[in-house]
Design a protein around this ligand. Structure first.
Ligand code: BG6
Length: 442
């Protein structure tokens, strides 16, 4: 929904992003950067910049308008065409099956992934897409930023529209359903195709706010619940013992059914992918230890005054990126793949001069260097590096004033202008970096 536009064309059904009823700022999603109507110019820009991989989402409600039942061939053809055009240009596609845009019909009828029926419908949709595309697409992701479904704001990602104050039972159940879906689709790919499937985390490096033992321990707790619990499934096919102990202690009903254990067991991943933008601190004094540990991160979040930040207070921390890569790999021994990295910045093109985005060049240079350090000093197996939004797209807030691109799209907050593509200074820098496969970062 951040690229395609054409929210109600080509047989697409509405998703939760297309309606204010679901509480979204829907305007910019409806057009986004209009890739549904024309992606050729963008793909040409990618090729000319030496990009050799592109990750995109198949929009569930574009290919199954009601989320379940009849498939929309016209929607599927759109992605067929996109894959063909990518491959033609030597750009390897990576498909993500779900990036938060639950079909509205399933949100209204079942409250999204809170319901097991929706999990089943999602698996049907996922298997059909795998059957259709896995001969041309080798890299697959099931859920974007899967750990976000195991947090108090899970409603936002999982298509739960009836209420926002989720109970512990509801958070656990929603997450469990998505994890089952991941595992079922992973098993399906492994049993039937020659393709790879990745887990995917929203990874924020977290440091203790003080040297106190409690802060250090609570950072462990948050890591275990927010990250390792998923990685244990990706690597070993089971949840964390600590998390399961909380289920017993708090008598949590997570909708567990006979057979779920076996589903998870067969649902390992081939790699761990993640988004990385920033780090922050955890302040133990703000955490209520009588609550579930899935709530600690929201309670204890603290900004680090020592680090530089962008306008949205996202701390810039390349060392944290190396730390994430190295820790993930050393603990779980699956290849790691950062598939989102970049810096959001407010930019407004004057119509004449090139946008001088040295801040973006510096950000990517430092992060790619950190990735090289993880590989060559720490021995981490890294599959690749994908930047986020390298052609400007609306941010998750719903408008385009927070930009990540190396290509400017001339569109400002609900005023689409002509959407002209304009190269920023960082485009030329990236072109050189990619031509040298990261050797030349100057
Ligand atoms: C990730 C999401 O959380 O971060 C993207 O996968 C999002 O959808 C990106 O756009 C950057 O966040 P934001 O809020 O700056 O757009």
């Amino acid at each position: 929904m951040q690229t395609e536009g054409a929210w109600n064309e080509g047989g697409k059904g509405p998703s939760v992003y297309d309606t204010d009823k679901a509480g979204r700022k829907a305007i910019d999603w409806k057009i986004a950067i209009d890739n549904y109507h024309d992606f050729d110019e963008d793909l040409d820009l990618m090729k000319a910049m030496n990009m050799n991989m592109y990750r995109f989402q198949i929009s569930w409600s574009r290919v199954v308008p009601d989320g379940d039942g009849k498939f929309n061939e016209e929607g599927i053809q759109f992605y067929e065409h996109l894959v063909e055009e990518l491959v033609k240009r030597g750009i390897e596609p990576m498909i993500c099956l779900y990036h938060f845009d639950m079909p509205l019909a399933l949100a209204e009828k079942y409250d999204g992934f809170l319901s097991r029926e929706v999990k089943d419908a999602f698996v049907r949709y996922g298997k059909a897409m795998i059957d259709r595309f896995a001969d041309k697409v080798k890299y697959w992701i099931v859920f974007n930023e899967h750990n976000l479904y195991f947090t108090p704001t899970a409603y936002h990602y999982a298509g739960i529209i009836s209420h926002n104050e989720l109970t512990d039972n509801e958070i656990y159940t929603t997450f469990h359903h998505t994890m089952l879906a991941h595992a079922e689709l992973a098993a399906y790919i492994h049993e039937t195709k020659d393709a790879l499937i990745g887990g995917m985390l929203a990874y924020t490096q977290i440091y203790p706010a003080t040297k106190l033992p409690l802060d250090n321990f609570l950072v462990h707790k948050v890591n275990e619940f927010n990250y390792w619990n998923l990685c244990l499934v990706y690597s070993f096919g089971h949840y964390s013992k600590e998390v399961m102990q909380e289920v017993i202690n708090r008598r949590i009903d997570m909708g567990w059914q006979t057979g779920d254990e076996m589903i998870l067991k067969k649902g390992g991943a081939d790699f761990i992918s993640f988004s990385y933008y920033r780090s922050h601190l955890l302040d133990g004094t703000k955490i209520d230890e009588t609550s579930s540990a899935i709530r600690y991160l929201n309670q204890g979040f603290l900004l680090d005054d020592a680090l530089p930040k962008n306008e949205w207070d996202w701390a810039i921390d390349a060392e944290g990126f190396r730390y994430s890569l190295t820790e993930l790999y050393s603990r779980f021994r699956l290849p790691v793949f950062p598939i989102e990295n970049g810096i959001g910045w407010r930019e407004d093109w004057d119509g004449i001069n090139e946008i001088n985005d040295d801040y973006r060049i510096n950000y990517h240079r430092d992060h790619i260097q950190a990735l090289k350090d993880a590989m060559f000093i720490d021995g981490v197996e890294v599959l690749g590096y994908l930047g986020w939004g390298l052609i400007d797209i609306p941010a998750s807030s719903g408008n385009i004033d927070k930009r990540y691109g190396v290509v400017y799209v001339d569109s400002i907050k609900h005023d689409q202008r002509d959407m002209k593509r304009v190269l920023k200074k960082s485009y030329h820098w990236f072109k050189k970096v990619l031509a040298s496969n990261g050797d030349d970062l100057e």
